[in-house]
Design a protein around this ligand. Structure first.
Ligand code: SF4
Length: 418
C-alpha cells in the first residue's frame, strides 16, 4: 500500500460508527520479537536486539498503549462487549510483567471487558518465573498459552532450534499450573523431521499427567527457505514423516486425550469441559470484529481484513507520525461470499458446521450455497451429514488442508500471499 492509500484506509473502517452494544469483539496484541529464530517458523518477525533489549521492549510497549488509546477514543467499540484479548507474537512474554499489567489495565479501563478472556502467550524462558506469573495472574490475565513444544532436549535444541530447554519447559509448566489461571494451554508439536513416535507418546503422557486445562497439538510444517528446509535438502535432517503416518500420530493423541477427560474443541485442540477458548470462537468461528494492536497483527473491522506493518521499527514510526492503524495490507471490503467461505473453513476446523446457525448468520441454506462441494465430500467419506450439522470425518481430518483450500477465494489467497 502506498502512503496516500494508507491514510485513506482509516476512513473505510468507519470508526465513528458504533457497533451494537450486544456485539462482541476481540483484541489481538502482537509482540513481534523473539530471542532466537526457530528453525521453521512462519510467525517470526524480528529478533530482540541483544543491545539494550529492555529499552526496545519498553518503547514498543508504550507504542502499543498509544494504539490502544487511539481505538478506545473511537465510537465504534465504545459500547460493544470485549469478549477476548490475546497477547501473542512473536513472543508476548518478552514484555515484563509490569508492561503486561499496564496494557491489560489500559484495555480493561478503556473497553467494556467484564468477564473477558485475557490470554498471555509465552515461552517457558519467561513463564518459569513464579513472580512474573503471580503478577500477571493477579491483574487480569486469566489464560496462559505456553509454547512448550516437547519435553525432549534433542527435539528442542537440535531439531527445532527453540529458545528454551526441556528443563525450562518443565519448570514453566509446573509454575503456570500453580499460578491460579483459569486455563493453561500447552502447545505440543508432532511430525517434526527426526522425531520418533516413542518420543511423541512420551510427550503426550507427560503433559496429560500434569493436567493443563487445554492442550493444542500442531502438526509441524517445513516452510520453504527456512533452516529446516535447507537441512532436509542437504541430507542433514531426515525427511518429514508421510501424511498417513502423521495422521496416525494425531489419532493416537486424540484417543489419549479423550480417554483422559478432554473434549475436542478444534481439530488439534483438546480441552477440559468449560475451558473452550473464547478468542477462537469469536475471532475465527463467528468472524466477529477484531482490533489489531502491534506490528504484524491481523484485524477485521467493518468488513475489512487488514494487517499492520510487520517491521516493529516501521510500526513504531507510523504510530509516532499519527498513522494509528498502520496498515501494510488491506482486503477489499469482504463480500458475503468471502465471509461465508471463511465461516465454512473456520467451522470445519472445529469439525462441524451447524446448519441453523449458518442460516441465521447469512439468511441462506448452506446446502443451497454449496450444492456440489458438500455432496462430493460426503460421497468421498470426508464429511457426514445429519439434520442438525455437517461433521468432518476422520478421513476429512486427514485431508482437511485440501478441503479448506476449496473454500479459499482468490481475494483471500491474495491476502495470504502478500
Ligand atoms: S519463539 Fe515462536 S514465534 Fe519466535 S521464532 Fe520461535 S516459534 Fe517462531
Amino acid at each position: 500500500m502506498g502512503e496516500p492509500e494508507k491514510k485513506a484506509f482509516f476512513e473505510k473502517l468507519e470508526l465513528s460508527k458504533p457497533l451494537d452494544a450486544s456485539e462482541p469483539f476481540t483484541i489481538f496484541v502482537s509482540v513481534p520479537y523473539c530471542r532466537t529464530r526457530c528453525n521453521s517458523c512462519p510467525y517470526f518477525k524480528a529478533l530482540l536486539p541483544t543491545k539494550e533489549p529492555n529499552e526496545t521492549i519498553g518503547k514498543y510497549a508504550s507504542t502499543i498503549e498509544k494504539q490502544v488509546a487511539f481505538y478506545a477514543s473511537k465510537e465504534r467499540f465504545r459500547n460493544a462487549r470485549l469478549g477476548s484479548v490475546y497477547l501473542g507474537g512473536g513472543t508476548a512474554s518478552l514484555l515484563s510483567s509490569g508492561q503486561v499489567v499496564q496494557i491489560v489495565e489500559l484495555i480493561n479501563s478503556s473497553f467494556k471487558s467484564k468477564g473477558a478472556e485475557i490470554t498471555l502467550e509465552g515461552n517457558p524462558k519467561e513463564l518459569k518465573s513464579e513472580a512474573y506469573l503471580h503478577e500477571v495472574a493477579g491483574h487480569g490475565v486469566n489464560r496462559v498459552s505456553m509454547g512448550y513444544q516437547s519435553k525432549q532436549e534433542r527435539l528442542l535444541e537440535e531439531l527445532l532450534g527453540s529458545p528454551h530447554s526441556a528443563e525450562e519447559g518443565q519448570m514453566a509448566l509446573n509454575a503456570v499450573m500453580r499460578a491460579g489461571f483459569n486455563t493453561v494451554n500447552v502447545d505440543l508439536l508432532y511430525g517434526v523431521p527426526g522425531q520418533k513416535f516413542g518420543e511423541w507418546k512420551y510427550d503426550l503422557s507427560e503433559v496429560v499427567k500434569t493436567g493443563p486445562e487445554s492442550i493444542t497439538i500442531n502438526s509441524y510444517i517445513v516452510y520453504p527457505h527456512t533452516l529446516t528446509a535447507y537441512r532436509i535438502a542437504h541430507g542433514i535432517m531426515e525427511e518429514p514423516i508421510s501424511g498417513d503416518e502423521r495422521h496416525k500420530w494425531y489419532l493416537y493423541a486424540r484417543k489419549k486425550f479423550l480417554e483422559s477427560g478432554y473434549v475436542q474443541a478444534r481439530t488439534g485442540s483438546f480441552v477440559k469441559p468449560g475451558h473452550e477458548q473464547i478468542y477462537a470462537e469469536l475471532a475465527y468461528e463467528k468472524s466477529k470484529e477484531s482490533i489489531p494492536i502491534g506490528a504484524g497483527a491481523y484485524g477485521l473491522i467493518n468488513g475489512y481484513m487488514f494487517r499492520a506493518t510487520g517491521s516493529p521499527d516501521k510500526f513504531m514510526d507510523n504510530i509516532s507520525e499519527g498513522l494509528f492503524t498502520s496498515p501494510d495490507f488491506q482486503s477489499i471490503k469482504a463480500s458475503k461470499e468471502i465471509m461465508m467461505d471463511r465461516y465454512v473453513m473456520q467451522n470445519l476446523s472445529h469439525r462441524r458446521i451447524y446448519l441453523e446457525e449458518f442460516k441465521q448468520t447469512f439468511g441462506l441454506d448452506l446446502r443451497d450455497v454449496y450444492p456440489t462441494q458438500f455432496e462430493r465430500m460426503e460421497a468421498s467419506g470426508l464429511v457426514k451429514k445429519d439434520e442438525e450439522k455437517i461433521t468432518l470425518t476422520d478421513l476429512g481430518v486427514r485431508w482437511h488442508q485440501n478441503i479448506f483450500r476449496m473454500f479459499v477465494s482468490e481475494e483471500v489467497k491474495g491476502l495470504l500471499r502478500n
